[in-house]
Design a protein around this ligand. Sequence first.
Ligand code: FES
Length: 141
Amino acid sequence: MTRTRLTTVDDVPENGSYLFTVRERDGTEEEVVLVRCRDGESEITAWRNFCQHEIDQRLDRGFGAAVREGEIVCPKHGSMFDTCTGYCDNGKAAESYLSGVDVAVDGDVIYLTDSAVEFAHEGGIDDDDDGGPSSTSHLTF
Ligand code: FES
């Protein structure tokens, strides 16, 4: 089994998330958030970064998902998803599960172990600009 090093447990905030991007089998990119599962000492779970009520609603909009007492709070209508199971029993997204991605913690390091996806890059999809200056003549530094 191949595994890809993602980051360390310390990089996953208690009340937030760590955002990265994977490539799905069909080549599309998908954002994933790492969060702390409350039931585990350093247990980490990973969920595709969209709400089950409206799939175009990101949970982490680029500055960390809102995590409160072991639940990820959707920023739009406030449904809360268990960080360990991905399950939601409340609000507009009630009776749904977030879409999970397999990760493993080995020591202090978090690895992507899901054979259905491959690591693309840290951060969100929009953070993957080709990095060069814009095509206009405006100076940048
Ligand atoms: S979009 Fe998340 S609860 Fe409505």
